[in-house]
Design a protein around this ligand. Structure first.
Ligand code: ATP
Length: 443
């Protein structure tokens, strides 16, 4: 399968099965906006929930926040976003289409074939709007272009209320907005996206140790959620290409079908942000060491994870095509079958209950069983089509377990459980079923 093909197939699967739809589609869409559908929201929420559990709830040294999307514009002045958060743009003189100057290496405009371009101009990527009814300069606010700054701005309040001691971290999951010049490649680069970010506050002398530590944590996370490790690259960004505030940055890149591009990043931001905010706000943001009374501005390691790029990397890693189909189905299948080998922890639907017949004597207890399992897991009940078709529908969305309820179940009180990956089928007593799934679906 060529890489282009893979991307096309994945986008089509996402649309067909309700993972991701083009946004505002009945009005002809809105360029590069995407809506997560019924299965997509489950998968995305599972990724976020797992991340929060691993990096916040299961740790003693981490607390979370959920800050407002619109912050006082002084935040963005102090952070440098108003003056620096820009890409260089050139414009075709004929059709006025704009391109990113740093990545545009063609002689002709791809839109109109024009050959004359303006000189590069900086274009700020922040979305602006007005707060309140008057559309005037004084009321301009920005949608945050990253979640990170709220963690710096709220640092003194978190410190006071959580009684954390350094080293400790603040985590946040939330939307960020960037008026990207060249969005595209499905959900890889959009203007509205989600981030999961950590600011880990440390003493300056420890930065190397914690940089390595968090890089390892990121690797473990990627393996936990089933991202194909053979497609990952860890790229140390050279001095002249790093953001001015960073003393070390590693980009974690993934082999997408459209090329090797950034998935996540980790940066040592020194104490740049806290010192900028301390100077601009005139507030004391220093940390006082309770042991020796020493006061200092903590340094920061920032691991950052894009939610949408995680979603894409997870799907690309899980997508498997089996030529000629799989052998359990009774029908002869000529075409290939798709199996999404998603990690069980993040699969949108955990269990499908499939009665072998639509007759009441089987379908009623099967529905009851589905309702019972639903209390703990996201379950789909499906009674339409042959059993082979129903298995294929579930394989295609990555459901780890299918339970078939048949006429024998009425006699022996057992159901058949089929495993998505091994395709092994076993008879399990109804009385043991919840325990069976607890052991397999919960960690
Ligand atoms: P890129 O170089 O691809 O523009 P970046 O280096 O600007 O990314 P960061 O500012 O480090 O990105 O943002 C942190 C994370 O947020 C990225 O690693 C990525 O996962 C995600 N991200 C950034 N921009 C976008 C976007 N436009 N659409 C989707 N995810 C994004």
């Amino acid at each position: 399968m060529s890489d282009n093909n893979l991307m096309e197939k994945l986008v089509s699967l996402c649309k067909r099965r309700g993972f991701i739809f083009p946004g505002s589609e009945i009005y002809g869409g809105l360029a590069n906006s995407w809506d997560y559908g019924p299965l997509g929201v489950e998968l995305k929420n599972n990724i976020k929930k797992l991340w929060w559990k691993k990096f916040v709830q299961q740790r003693d040294d981490m607390v979370g926040i959920d800050a407002a999307l619109m912050m006082n514009p002084k935040v963005w002045q102090a952070s440098g976003h108003i003056s620096n958060f820009s890409d260089p743009l050139i414009e075709c003189k004929k059709c006025h289409t704009r391109f990113r100057a740093d990545t545009f290496d063609q002689k002709q405009c791809p839109n109109c074939k024009g050959t004359e371009f303006t000189a590069a101009k900086e274009f700020n990527l922040m979305f602006k709007t007005f707060m309140g009814p008057a559309e005037e300069e004084a009321n301009i606010v920005y949608f945050r272009p990253e979640t990170a700054q709220a963690m710096f701005v709220d640092f003194p309040q978190v410190l006071e209320t959580s009684r954390q001691r350094i080293p400790f971290g603040i985590a946040q999951i939330g939307k960020a907005f960037r008026n990207e010049i060249t969005p595209g490649n499905f959900i890889f680069r959009t203007r509205e996206f989600e981030q999961m970010e950590i600011e880990y506050f440390i003493q300056e002398k420890d930065w190397q140790k914690y940089f390595e530590y968090w890089l390892e944590e990121m690797k473990t996370w990627l393996s936990d959620i089933g991202v194909d490790s053979s497609k990952l690259h860890y790229v140390d960004i050279p001095d002249n290409e790093r953001a001015h505030y960073s003393k070390r940055t590693v980009d974690i890149e993934f082999d997408y079908p459209f090329g090797q591009r950034e998935l996540y990043g980790i940066a040592y931001r020194t104490n740049y942000d806290l010192s900028q905010h301390q100077n601009a706000s005139k507030q004391d943001l220093e940390y006082r060491d309770p042991e020796n009374g020493e006061k200092f501005l903590p340094h920061v390691i920032e691991p950052t994870f894009g939610v949408d790029r995680t979603f894409l990397a997870v799907l690309l890693s899980a997508y498997t095509e089996i030529e000629g189909g799989r052998s359990t189905t009774t029908e002869a299948i000529k075409e290939s079958e798709v199996v999404l080998k998603l990690d069980k922890k993040i699969a949108p639907v955990k269990i499908a209950v499939l009665p072998l017949s639509k007759k009441d004597e089987v379908s009623i207890p099967a529905r009851e069983l589905a309702n019972k399992l639903r209390k703990n897991w996201y379950v789909q009940y499906d009674e339409t089509g042959s059993i082979g078709k129903r298995y294929r529908r579930q394989d295609e969305i990555g459901t780890p377990y299918c339970v078939t309820y048949d006429f024998d179940s009425l006699e022996d009180g057992k159901v058949t459980v089929r495993d998505r990956d091994t395709m092994l089928q076993e008879r399990v007593a109804l009385a043991d079923l919840e325990k069976y799934f607890k052991e397999r679906l919960e960690d």
